[in-house]
Design a protein around this ligand. Sequence first.
Ligand SMILES: *Cc1c(COP(=O)(O)O)cnc(C)c1O
Ligand SMILES: [Zn+2]
Length: 413
Amino acid sequence: MKHVKYAQCVRCGKRYDAAPDLTNCSCGGILDVVYDYDYIKSVLTKEVLAGRKERSMWRYRELLPVEETTPDTPLRVGWSPLYEEPGLAAQLGLSRLWVKDDGQNPTASLKDRASAMAVAKAMEAGAKTIACSSTGNAASSLAGNAAAAGLKTYIFVPDRAPKGKVAQLMVFGANVISVKGNYEETFKMSAEAIERYGWYNRNAAINPYLSEGKKTVALEIAEQLDWKMPDYLAISVGDGCTIAGVWKGLKDLYAIGFIDKLPRLISAQSTGCCPLNRAILQGTDWEPMEENTIADSISVGVPRNADKALAAIRESRGLAVCVTDEEILAAACLLGRTCGVFGEPAGVAGTAALKKACEDGLIERGATAVSVVTGNGLKDVANAIRAGGEPLHIAPDLSEMVKGFAARGVTVE
Ligand SMILES: *Cc1c(COP(=O)(O)O)cnc(C)c1O
Ligand SMILES: [Zn+2]
């Protein structure tokens, strides 16, 4: 990889050759991939990109840690739509607002970006089996992307994982272990099995390549905005790999001169589980927290990528905004009803936080923002029904329909 220099520990600074099966530093710190920006600048220009037909995350190959000869992974991951939403912007007091719908990835979440990267690196490593533990989406995305590439998977999920996500795993043919325990216990068990059987490790924040895949969401947003960056970028945070990846992508683009401004990050967590936001708000290091929220994908009491996530939020002069489950459900309806975008609870938490930040005056009126919806609403139908409510249940009779709607304050006309 001519464009990659090495991987470096974010804690102790130790450097490693960028082998495909890298995991954490011997000190326990997380590694970060370091690029040769001068080389990248010499081969990648905005014009080169504009002329490229590839409509997937692999259009940014020069900024991704894969060998030049590694083939694109089979599923179309990335290049999700970025919608401008003037109606919602006006409601929130923003001058412009865009919603990036990453629930439109092949397995319906942003995690596909990391899993496609994991599949590419597993192929480079010559591995036949990949394993991970996950609150749900990392699992289903790995299962789908691996199935398409002909790789076997072992997947560990906590038994609270929503049925839709587990159903995806089974249909994609993964070997699924539903662990009677929380995410922390599930994670530990997967680590033990990976160690014992030598599987390729797709665990977030252990494998340094995964957030490089996730950063492609930021590369796309920048390109879709013609390299004019917004004031704020809101995204939900669990382990912290996504927000760290977003920041990495933005800094890459800044380093090669594609953008001249870095947005401030809005880190969205649930009040029921917000160890990283609590650390930001209190100006301290993070402490473990209970996992108590309907937003299962960000219900992470012991975040695995705290170092990189906290650094990203702080460096960007970001905002930490916690939202309640009620605010998350309300944001699901707001996005559905004003934008036609359907997100799962963790998927819409960024929008809920953006709304709250506007209402609380944390964001100046007239600012510009992008909100990333990280997962599709069909993943978690039970909570979608809680958010959206029940339809009119009646006999096949028009007068009952009119009466029923009248009771809801709706005039049929
Ligand atoms: C995993 C996930 C997140 C959070 O990503 P982290 O890297 O764990 O911080 C947010 N939303 C959805 C839908 C997810 O699946
Ligand atoms: Zn180290």
